[in-house]
Design a protein. Sequence first.
Length: 337
Amino acid sequence: MTVTRRDFMKYTGVATLPLVTGTTFAQTAEFNMKFGCNLPATHPLSTSAMKMAEKIKTETKGRVNIQVFPYNQLGNDTDMLSQLRSGALDFMTLSPLILGSLVPLAQINGVGFAFKDYKQVWAAMDGDLGAFVRRQIAATGTIFAFDKIWDNGYRQITNSVRPIEKPEDLKGVKLRTPPGPIWVSLFKDLGASPTPLNFAEVYSALLSKVVDGQENPLAIISTAKLYEVQKYCSLTNHMWDGYWFMGNKKIFEGMPQDLQAIITRNVAEAAALQRAEVYKLNESLANDLKAKGMAFNNGNTDAFREKLRQSGFYADWKKKFGDEAWTLLEKYTGKLS
Ligand code: X2X
């Protein structure tokens, strides 16, 4: 069965028209800019970006008009990343792990079961680990990341075969992962059959059963309506992931300093709002998803960790990332291997 984009829109009820902010100043703005992301317009990442764009427009007195294009309207993550690099796109949010194909060290927050809680996450990502990764991103010469990473959350596994409680339950499960090398490695080591796909293809791939399952935080399972095409939700918390808010370096650095400062401050302020809203959703959505028909269970964290230890996951990635990066990670998480 082939699901077209039109079918997809019909199933998910997502509007096909771009959500254009800042129409008042659109004609007169000195800087008409575009921001793209992969999440639905109702997810806090998109709503925060829209509020941010409004504030930037007001504070720059209409000189900067950022149009927000949610839910892959400009293309999937891979497409948007190449647009960002070429300057066809001004800003985007992207998982550090997906950025991994271009900036391998950016994947370091994706080490399985690394961060015990949000205290560790923000200490690391707002601290030396995040700064280290942002330096790697800036070293591409074409793109850069703003200081405060936006939240996605702790990831949970959904599928339509069985509840996933321990690694053995993943055996034979075709699990969609985002296109990031460490994701494929993690789920291969846990015994699943990982299939990397961009998020833009996930709903239709689950619907047509090209894959059995996927893994994402509850806010995404809810706003992207994945509960419509998935039965089981297993709370594994196997990894925390966020979104670097990134810009095209040349375009941004070509802007007047006062405008750069307004944008930079607003990206950080929007990050704070976005983090609070995502946290609230991820913490509170389980009952809502149960009412929509999903069956929840808890994952056995110790069993998953042990499997990763035995498979050599930690040793392999320590070697790939190198001592400097690994030491920075363990500064916040404690000893991992
Ligand atoms: O692709 C995904 O699953 C998502 C939405 O979580 C990311 O952007 C990494």
